[in-house]
Ligand binder design. Structure first.
Ligand code: TXE
Length: 478
């Protein structure tokens, strides 16, 4: 079967003949497209094109590479409404957030372009008379970006922009759940004069394109955002070639709320950090440890706010707080975690079941109280609009329970006591901690998880370095 959506290789759209993947709107179940499920031969062509283009791309002054990036971001800014609508339709995000995603993506590309004149090496002190030691930073070569579906558009930029500004070329594989925004991105990119082969797009499943890319000898870096299980498979596929991996594998973010916290601020931030993108964000609040003294008051505020959360088809109503979950598997996982907590003695205070709508993978905004650390809902990533609460006696207990996790991406604490906040910062085993605010990272930060949340990180100066390797030069003069 042929598909009107075409892979983009060496500066050209390539007609696809072969297997296709169906893309559905998760709010309506409507079939919206069939896209290529490319094979290993197409991956070979894309990697070969990226390899051919890389040396000349690397030789360009960084400021010229930045110029190309800015042309791409300008195209995105001219097409915000079109792009946001595609994202909302295939992923289920509400339109205001989809617009934020497109604008943030353009901002991210521009921010990355600004690094052009700041990509420095180092001059090291020598032990020898007349010797000069230079540490150069060089691109790795070809980066393969494997994308998830939750912020699918932004993730193109998070993989592509730092790769390109540092002199690498890329092959991008979108998630098979949300490929249409990546085709739209590529259409706009193709309207610029970006040299052929610098950016390539290959669409397909994890088993086809994902497996071929990650086992490919011509790939120098695999940068992946997705699940822990797939991250492990990617490391295994990369091992024979010793290909570098950069893995962002989600989290089980704890939020700690102490007795002295501003409860309205905490409740607003916790709900915002759970409702955004229907709870399908790696840094979303996944479990709340609330100190006994304010447990009742905070719980009441959370229940009230979660119960008031409005959801439905994002394209039918722009004022909704959230859309559906992305697919049946996501809905089944949320349902199973809440059901198992209930069966183990936790109390569902609001929600706790699928929404009674005719169409769409909707789950009711849910608060589950009386959770304990042995429950799966406190240990596994929920990735849905569910807030599980556990009562703790003090900060020490909260920190110990927060750290007792396979994950280590983000965390937060709500308190007016600077000593308590800084003790949490010292002892929490997480890549990020938010104090008295919602969970959401900044592009100039460094988004990196510990433990099974991943290897390496993204954003800011440290994120750029992930796309480089060092070359030390010893120059002996007389
Ligand atoms: O992820 P997968 P799924 C978590 C979240 C979610 C769960 C499952 O808990 O409920 O993962 O989501 C590609 N080689 N996160 O199943 O499978 C696949 O085609 C190479 C957290 O959608 O990890 C897609 O492009 N690639 C998260 C990408 O991996 C392979 C974001 C992600 O899919 C592959 C998303 C293979 N063998 C889900 N198999 C976050 N960190 O924010 C699959 N893929």
């Amino acid at each position: 079967m042929s598909s009107e959506y075409q892979n983009y290789i060496d500066g050209r759209f390539v007609a696809h003949r072969g297997d296709t993947i169906e893309v559905h709107n998760p709010a309506t179940f409507e079939l919206i497209a069939r896209v290529p499920d490319a094979g290993a031969d197409v991956v070979d062509e894309a990697v070969a094109a990226a390899r051919r283009a890389q040396p000349a791309w690397e030789k360009l002054p960084a400021i010229q590479r930045a110029g190309y990036l800015r042309k791409i971001s300008a195209k995105l800014r001219e097409n915000v409404e079109m792009l946001a609508t595609i994202i909302a339709r295939e992923q289920g995000k509400v339109m205001p957030l989809a617009r934020v995603e497109v604008n943030f993506t353009a901002d991210y590309i521009d921010y990355t372009a600004e690094w052009a004149r700041r990509l420095d090496g180092e001059v090291l002190t020598s032990d020898r008379v007349g010797e000069h030691i230079f540490l150069l930073r060089k691109p790795l070569g070809v980066a393969a970006g494997i994308l998830p579906w939750n912020f699918p558009f932004f993730l193109i930029a998070r993989k592509m922009a730092p790769a390109l500004i540092t002199g690498n070329t890329v092959v991008i594989k979108p998630s098979e759940e949300t490929p249409l925004n990546a085709f739209a991105f590529t259409q706009l990119l193709a309207e610029t004069d970006l040299p052929p082969g610098v950016f390539n797009l290959v669409c397909g499943s994890g088993a086809s394109v994902g497996a071929a890319l990650t086992a490919h000898k011509g790939v120098n870096l695999i940068t992946f955002t997705g699940s822990v299980g797939t991250g492990i498979r990617i490391m295994q596929a990369a091992a024979p070639n010793l290909t570098r991996v950069n893995l962002e594998l989600g989290g089980k973010a704890p939020a700690i709320v102490l007795n002295d916290a501003d409860l309205d601020l905490a409740a607003n931030a916790l709900v915002a950090s759970r409702v955004i993108n229907t709870g399908q964000v790696c840094n979303c609040v996944e479990r709340v440890y609330v100190q006994r003294g304010i447990a009742e008051a905070l719980t009441e505020k959370l229940v009230q706010r979660m119960a008031a959360t409005r959801f439905g088809d994002p394209l039918a109503d722009e004022t909704l707080d959230m859309g559906p979950l992305v697919n049946q598997a996501g809905l089944a996982k949320v349902e199973q975690l809440v059901d198992s907590a209930r069966a183990a003695g936790a109390e569902v205070l609001t929600g706790g079941k699928r929404a009674d709508l005719a169409r769409g993978y909707h789950y009711l905004p849910t608060v589950v109280a009386g959770c304990t650390s042995d429950m799966a809902i406190m240990r596994d990533e929920i990735f849905g609009p569910v807030l599980p609460l556990q009562i703790v006696d003090d900060l020490d207990e909260a920190i110990a329970r927060a750290n007792d996790s396979d994950y280590g991406l983000t965390s937060s604490i709500f308190t007016r006591d600077i000593n308590a906040a800084m003790k949490a910062v010292r002892e929490l085993q997480f890549g990020e901690t938010y104090i008295n605010r919602e969970h959401f990272e900044a592009m100039q930060g460094f988004h990196a998880g510990r433990k099974k949340s991943g290897i390496g990180g993204a954003d800011g100066h440290h994120g750029l370095l992930e796309f480089t390797e060092t070359h030390v030069v010893y120059l002996q003069t007389s």
